[in-house]
Ligand binder design. Structure first.
Ligand code: HEC
Ligand code: HEC
Ligand code: HEC
Ligand code: HEC
Length: 226
């Protein structure tokens, strides 16, 4: 049974790769992690996640990388009672002093119409994963919507609640703050592209006013050689 299950996942992954390769807009995702994100990012609890954004091996699962390394074991940041499944992208019980936003707490920002994952969708779009637009037509395509600047703090960075000393603190991932978005990647190799324009952290001109000139230049040089 395990073998059969593995095989069918393999076939799914191949199917996804073929679809991506062909540049079609077919992609499945809904309001829960397991309904679509999992098709490309795998089981959240699978060991040894390797980032498909920067290729770095986390040495642990997406689950432990998030809950242990960033959230000090605060299950309710993402989970919703009763039980541990499903996990919603935009809601949770909220954890210790955290707003009940789940994944959007860090992967979303206030786009003035409320907290949404527009930047996350545009990061996908700008890397060929345009299928988000099928169900989120209003903000997935950079041509139709401009997300808030990279410098806008995701809600959990802004209000980290209590007892989350390892919460990321800044979307520009500043060297002067110790690269707070590089939790699982090596320091300085890139946190999140929060506004989805495919420019990370200090290589994003939005962050330039916050960064000493030599650090910005270094960011560009590193981006060139990545
Ligand atoms: C069709 C495949 C596919 C699906 C479905 C998908 N992703 Fe991705 N995702 C990718 C790829 C490919 C990248 C890396 C793009 C790059 O940076 O080259 C990525 C990158 C990311 C990143 C890193 C962004 C950054 O700033 O570096 C996050 C976070 C993410 N995805 C979360 C999600 C979530 C949450 C969902 C479900 C709502 C999802 N993904 C669905 C393919 C997918
Ligand atoms: C960063 C968000 C996040 C945090 C924090 C988190 N989890 Fe999860 N957890 C998930 C996701 C996503 C899944 C996969 C859900 C799915 O596939 O339906 C999951 C799945 C689980 C499952 C399996 C549920 C099932 O029935 O398949 C258990 C058990 C679980 N988590 C326990 C915990 C515990 C205990 C904590 C705190 C110590 C915790 N989680 C913290 C995101 C999180
Ligand atoms: C506490 C903030 C926070 C929360 C809450 C959070 N994430 Fe993340 N997530 C991050 C950061 C920061 C990274 C990048 C870490 C790094 O590169 O070192 C990341 C990375 C990821 C990646 C890896 C993308 C890649 O391949 O590089 C995925 C997938 C992802 N998150 C999905 C989720 C999902 C799904 C949820 C909700 C169940 C969630 N995250 C909740 C902060 C968070
Ligand atoms: C098959 C339809 C479908 C596709 C394709 C889809 N989503 Fe969604 N998504 C939904 C639905 C439905 C919700 C829940 C909407 C709500 O309750 O407001 C949702 C909610 C979300 C949310 C939280 C709410 C918000 O405003 O941001 C995020 C983040 C998200 N999706 C990201 C993605 C990403 C990234 C992709 C592409 C990789 C994607 N979605 C593709 C149907 C889809």
């Amino acid at each position: 049974m395990r073998v059969l299950y593995g095989l069918s996942i393999g076939v799914l992954a191949l199917g996804t790769a073929a679809l991506l390769g062909a540049g079609t807009s077919q992609v499945m995702a809904y309001s829960e992690y397991a309904q679509g994100c999992q098709n490309c990012h795998g089981d959240f609890r699978a060991a040894n996640y390797v980032s498909i954004a920067d290729g770095q091996a986390w040495g642990t699962s997406l689950h432990n990388g998030h809950r242990s390394d960033m959230l000090n074991g605060d299950c309710a940041a993402c989970h919703t009672t009763p039980g541990f499944s499903p996990v919603f992208l935009k809601s949770s019980d909220g954890g210790d002093g955290l707003a009940p936003l789940g994944c959007l707490g860090c992967h979303g920002r206030d786009e003035s119409s409320g907290v949404t994952g527009a930047g996350l969708r545009q990061h996908h779009w700008n890397n060929g994963v345009t299928g988000c637009g099928g169900c989120h037509p209003g903000d997935s395509n950079p041509a139709v919507f401009t997300p808030a600047s990279e410098v806008v703090l995701p809600p959990y960075y802004l209000n980290p609640g209590a007892n989350h000393p390892n919460m990321p603190t800044h979307p520009c991932n500043l060297e002067s703050l110790g690269y707070p978005e590089d939790v699982l990647s090596a320091a300085g190799t890139g946190g999140l592209d929060n506004n989805g324009d495919n420019l990370y952290d200090t290589t994003d001109v939005d962050c330039a006013p916050l960064v000493p000139v030599e650090q910005t230049t270094w960011g560009y040089i590193k981006a060139l050689y990545q």
